[in-house]
Design a protein around this ligand. Sequence first.
Ligand code: HEC
Length: 477
Amino acid sequence: MKKIVLNACAAAVLAAGGAMAEDEKPVFYKDVLPILQENCQICHRPGGANLGGMVAPMAFTTYEEARPWAKAIAKQVTDRNMPPWDASPGQHGQFKNERTLTPAQIDTIVRWAETGATRGNPTDAPQMKEFPAANGWLIGEPDLVLAMPEKYFVADDVEDIYVNINQTITAEQLPKDRWIKAIEFRPGSAAVHHIIAFPLGGIAPGNDPTVYPDGISRKISPGDDIRWQMHYHKEAGPGTGVYDQSEMALKFYPEGTEIKYQMQGNALGRFDFEIPAGDPNYTIQQEYTFKHDSQLVQLMPHMHLRGKSAKYEAFYPDGKSEVLLDVPAYDFNWQTTYQYKDFKKVPAGTKVVYTTGWDNSTANVYNPDPTKAVRWGEPTTDEMSFGYMSFINDSGENEQMFGGGRRGGRGGNMPSLVSLIGTFDKNADGMLQKDEAPGQMARFFDMVDQNKDGSIDKTEAEAADKSRRKQTEQPSL
Ligand code: HEC
């Protein structure tokens, strides 16, 4: 039924364009290759894009390469799994990195596959598209490449581990202050699950490189400290150990470029949830009301293996509202950053409500254990609920979003202190010092630091977590 609708629609589009008649048989070089070239080859070519470790397993640059995949290609585009893009059609046209095919393009591919996947005449082929050199940087020739200061060995018995590694940018690497235009990360091994280089940013599987829109930037200076937070994930077992030395490439604005805004960013995030075992659709919400007139530059929902859906809605001060981003079928493998073509204006007083949905049932093929209730945690087998927003405003001030939980509750939005050590331990000594503690935590730092040595160690954090859980146990939504 769906298919008939699609064909009728495609036929209408084609008739209007005066292109191909419905009974004409699409051929590879004339009809299909141009679609693959524009929408698939950035990844599906030899040495194609490496988006946080997601590398397409096959190339579609010639008939010989694509022909054996004809049926799979037709299925992937019909199901809208490929090209990877999970925003609902309601946001069509708003994001500059959108990857979608038109119904007419899908129809051409499907009919090509169904009518023998023929070659056609190679002289009808469009000119080969120029891509960055195989294994080159997508952002172009970088001005500075920083590698992790040393190789890290992800040992045989490790399945999931977070490692913090500090690096200070030297004057040899960077002689003077520069404004960053683009950042691209390259995992050094298949064991890399995500990389965060505080405070510059990071990548998870499926992320595009960060390219700041013109006039927006972040400064980098000699002497700056960078903390690589590496999340490694692999199967454990003899011989699985692997060395990793991931890299980050930076491109700068030409010197003297006027920078109008420094990029601000924060996330709507909650830490106080518990997803019941087996629940096929457990949702939570969090909201934040903007204090400054701001403009949203990009959005990125983040969950783990049980992630099912994500939605950002804006409620404007004038009473109007709209869905900013709806991701009805979240795919953990494609942690897409949705980059606005035209920045979205959110006047002061705009409330953004972020809704996360999880599938903790057997219907979720990625679910590692549907019999387990799941809480906030760093391993991918625990969960997260973050609705990241990058924005700019004239005040140049960041907006502090954490703690804006819908149900509020004392401490209800705080992660466990044990996990905070992992996240904020800048000097990587396994403890949290006061200058490392996030803002809202500094207030009760002394209370938690029972032996008064100026650091919160794991035992102290565990004790505090335990007493806090007792105080703030809340019913689920
Ligand atoms: C942003 C990168 C990217 C783009 C663009 C992209 N792909 Fe893929 N594709 C991948 C990756 C990575 C995989 C392997 C992992 C997966 O299946 O998600 C893949 C897998 C596939 C598969 C194999 C699925 C299977 O296992 O049977 C097909 C077929 C496919 N892509 C077709 C396409 C087509 C057709 C297009 C364009 C219309 C396209 N892809 C665009 C990255 C991409």
